[in-house]
Design a protein around this ligand. Structure first.
Ligand SMILES: Cc1ncc(COP(=O)(O)O)c(C=O)c1O
Length: 380
């Protein structure tokens, strides 16, 4: 049997896992513990922190989707990253994307820096800059968010993997924005993929979840140890909701991307919009990389409005977009990164990176593109 395409894999995620009843939807195994048939024997499940059948169905689906040895589901995207970063020791340095989700920055700065793990921020869309940064002998990993949140910069993962492999350091990729449907970092040479599954993977703004997928069994064993030892696992209900969301991921993404292309093209011609950042526009500096290394551009757009004084009115008056944090769900959301998702980055750094007072981020959903454009037209 050839490896199934992603839409087949996702549509049937969790099916055929309950031979006793033939349930098509994997049951929610709402149990903390599992009884043993005899001393020294196990059904394969002992205690739900270690493994749970509903969570396992999700973890196996994610591993297959990314082509990794094993997948791991966590209570949130940050819980996944928190667990992963415990691979490192005091004195280690990690080269990190400079414009990245503010919560990830906070985790590096406020939690791991005091523990002796040093994040060194660089523009990971600049391969040469990463090359210079990893010459430091303390560097143990490169952590790349691509596209970045919120500026949607694109890293050349294939080129970065050549660098990290030559130095024997890990390449970790936050693939939240594109998902395995549009970018498969492990195939491009990365070692671990991290997700906020809250976003596109689950896709309905109704669950907070995270995931890791490791390329090799050796790395997977280390993560499995940490997942069980630290315990920030995803509960069975939320694992089921995430699986349920995954079934329609390819369909949702197709519509979100189609809508995003229409909206980005329209915004690019609007007189009150100074700059549009969407990797699907041929003018975007990362467009060519995604054409080569990915299979799409996703549903996230950032744009700068001409007059930042209008932003409060824009956020208050949208009627189809919802003014909210988060992204990737079926409902379109509009976010103001400087005061919401990226408030933990100091103002001078935000300004230098371009996360300024004029910047808005759009997470485009599956609604009718004309309704979304009319909504933006009315507020702009
Ligand atoms: C790119 C990215 N990575 C990680 C996270 C953190 O995930 P979570 O909110 O599920 O903890 C987010 C959240 O917005 C994100 O946008």
């Amino acid at each position: 049997m050839p490896i199934p395409k992603l839409s087949t894999l996702f549509a049937q995620a969790g099916s055929r896992r309950d031979p006793a009843t033939g349930a098509i939807s994997v049951p929610i195994y709402q149990t903390a513990s599992f009884s043993h048939p005899a001393l020294g024997r196990s059904t394969g499940f002992d205690y739900s922190r270690t493994s749970n059948p509903t969570r396992l169905a999700l973890e196996e689906t994610l591993a297959a989707a990314d082509g990794g040895a094993r997948g791991f589901a966590f209570a949130s995207g940050l819980a996944a990253l928190d667990t992963l970063l415990r691979l490192f020791a005091p004195g280690d340095r990690i080269v990190v994307t400079e414009d990245l989700y503010g919560g990830t920055f906070r985790l590096f700065e406020r939690v791991f820096r005091p523990l002796g793990i040093d994040a060194r921020y660089v523009d990971t869309a600049d391969t040469a800059a990463v090359g210079r940064a990893i010459e430091d002998p303390r560097v143990r990993a490169v952590f790349v968010e691509t596209p970045t949140n919120p500026l949607l910069k694109i890293a050349d993962l294939r080129a970065l993997a050549v660098l990290t492999r030559a130095r024997g350091v890990l390449l970790i990729v936050d693939n939240t924005f594109l998902t395995p449907c549009l970018q498969r970092p492990l195939e491009l040479g990365a070692d671990v993929v991290t997700y906020s599954a809250t976003k596109f993977l689950a896709g309905h703004n109704d669950v907070v979840a995270g995931a890791l997928v490791a390329r090799t069994p050796e790395l997977a064993d280390k993560i499995a140890f940490l997942q069980n030892a630290c315990g920030a696992v995803l509960g069975p209900q939320d694992a089921w909701l995430t699986l349920r969301g995954l079934k329609t991921l390819p369909l949702r993404l197709r519509q979100q991307q189609e809508n995003a292309i229409a909206i980005a093209s329209w915004l690019a011609g609007h007189p009150r919009v100074r700059r549009v950042l969407y990797p699907g526009l041929p003018s975007h500096p990362g467009h060519e990389i995604l054409v080569r290394e990915g299979s799409g551009f996703g549903g996230m757009i950032a744009c700068e409005v001409e007059d930042p004084a209008r932003i409060p009115a824009i956020l208050e008056n949208v009627r189809v977009f919802l003014f909210a944090e988060s992204l990737g769900g079926v409902e379109s959301l509009i976010t103001y990164p400087a005061v919401q998702t990226h408030a933990d980055i100091d103002p001078a750094t935000r300004e230098r990176l371009g996360i300024n007072a004029s910047l808005l981020r759009l997470s485009v959903g599956i609604e009718d593109a004309d309704d979304l454009i009319r909504d933006l037209a009315a507020v702009l």
